[in-house]
Design a protein. Structure first.
Length: 485
């Protein structure tokens, strides 16, 4: 098959390069003018927006200043001059605040007439401050009242008048800016419309030409491939195309159609064999791991002189491997799996009697459902060595089962040390990433998914210093015939 289709690789690459150049040319011709227009519109809009916002802020600040300043100065200075009980002293701070506002407006004002008006406001504020100091050192009611009327009131009114003048010029400037902005934007929109129409005409013309020479034959090839994908494996006449490279592709496709049916049948059979081989290999990877741990336990008991316990453990080990072998089957019932983990927990309880207790609570009505052999034992082992044992206090391992809709949920829970959020995320990631640690859990997860599908497998929850819970989700199936192999 390789010899029949390898000759189509080089021409196909040439077609791809030619089409790529044409498409990039079209994209650049359209994109560059549009990007320039967008940048221009954004730049002009941003410039006008900043100017408009600056003038609007000036007007708002001046309006607040003008509304409050004059009345406050007159009232407070009057109370000060007549020495009223309501007097709070001279409004020096109000004047200084007005000076700061005027200075700020000078910094943000660009129009000349507005600048003259606000500079006059600033100068009047300085003079007003001086006249207030003169009143402070003047004695005599009549003299103080005269200065109040002739100086303070007059200057306060002048400040108000110049502030109104400032507001007028800023409003005129704002109106002129708005008119200019509208005019420029209308012109710019006209340019954009003309350019867009030009580009649209170019796109329609270029696309029609490209479609006639390349896209139409490729669409025909796509239709042919769709038909092949739906099972149309009859050899047909190649598509007649003006483009030589497309013609070669059509010839190559038709040369492959004759081989597809036989290859599909062969691949289907190979996939079945691969799944069985994968399952057997994964099963073989688990068995030695448990055997080493169990033999270590028996050796420890014998060395400690606990002969009766070691004999009992050998008996439990015998039961364990009798269930493990399961007449050579890789899939067993939940009843057999329960007996299997019970033997394992009996062995470990003899060794860690001061460290662990266990409970098995799997309802009898679930015992006929099937699952991969050695599904629960690695989870129980994980709970012991990575949960209970690390915490170094007596803990409980609980194995339970329940029905959830059309699924069976098995749970292996411990009240050991638990895991941090970061560590829990790492363990979850290891279920699907072979580059990460966690071979035991990942193997169980993969075996379940190989047998039942991607929607089944393990899920893990854990809380630090509280414990860990691993849920096993399997379908409610009682025989391998129901697995759709």
């Amino acid at each position: 098959m390789t010899e029949n289709i390898s000759w189509t690789t080089k021409p196909a690459k040439t077609v791809k390069t030619t089409m790529q150049k044409k498409l990039w040319k079209m994209i650049l011709i359209v994109t560059i003018p549009l990007m320039l227009i967008i940048i221009l519109v954004v730049g002009i809009g941003l410039g006008y927006g900043l100017q408009y916002n600056s003038i609007l802020n000036n007007v708002t600040t001046a309006s607040d200043f003008n509304r409050e300043f004059t009345d406050n100065i007159k009232t407070k200075m009057y109370y000060y001059v007549i020495d009223s009980q309501y007097s709070e002293g001279m409004p020096t701070e109000e004047v200084k605040s007005a000076e700061r506002i005027a200075i700020k407006l000078i910094e943000t004002t660009a129009e000349k007439d507005s600048l003259r008006a606000i500079n006059s406001v600033l100068n009047l504020c300085h003079n007003l401050e001086d006249k207030m100091q003169e009143i402070a050192v003047t004695e005599g009611y009549d003299s103080r009242m005269s200065q109040l009327n002739d100086n303070i009131y007059v200057m306060a009114d002048l400040i108000q008048e110049y502030m109104y003048t400032y507001l007028y010029y800023e409003a005129v400037h704002l109106d002129a800016l708005q008119s200019t902005m509208i005019t420029n934007m209308v012109v710019l929109m006209g340019v954009v419309v003309v350019l867009a129409l030009t580009l649209l005409i170019f796109l329609l013309s270029y696309s029609r030409k490209l479609s006639r020479r390349i896209v139409d034959p490729i669409d025909m090839l796509c239709d042919r491939l769709v038909a092949i994908g739906r099972g149309g494996l009859l050899v047909m006449e190649p598509i007649q195309a003006d483009v030589e490279e497309v013609q070669l592709l059509s010839d190559g496709i038709e040369s492959m159609v004759g081989h597809l049916k036989r290859l599909i049948e062969r691949n289907t059979e190979q996939e079945k064999q691969r799944r069985k081989t994968e399952l057997a290999l994964l099963q073989a990877q688990i068995n030695p791991h448990f055997l080493y741990n169990t033999l270590d336990t028996i050796i420890w008991l014998i060395e400690s002189g606990e002969i009766s316990e070691s004999v009992a453990m050998v008996g439990s080990l015998s039961n364990f491997f009798r269930f493990s072998l399961s007449r050579g089957q890789n899939v067993i019932t939940l009843k057999e799996e329960q007996q299997h983990i019970r033997s394992y927990l009996e062995i470990q309880h003899m060794r860690y009697r001061d460290l662990m207790e266990y409970e098995i609570d799997i309802p009898e009505e679930l015992e006929s459902f099937i699952l991969p052999k050695l599904t629960l034992q690695p989870l129980v082992e994980n709970a012991l060595y990575h949960g209970i044992k690390i915490r170094r206090r007596k803990g409980l391992i609980r194995v339970s089962g329940r029905v959830d809709g059309e699924q069976v949920i098995l749970e292996v829970a411990d009240d050991g040390c638990g895991m941090s959020e970061e560590r829990l995320n790492e363990v979850r990631a290891s279920l699907v990433d072979s580059r990460k640690e966690g071979f035991g859990l990942r193997t169980v997860h993969q075996r379940i998914q190989i047998l039942f599908g991607k929607e089944f497998g393990l899920s893990i929850e854990s809380t630090p210093d509280v414990g860990t819970s691993i849920l096993v989700k399997i379908p409610m199936r009682t025989s391998e015939k129901e697995m759709g192999e």
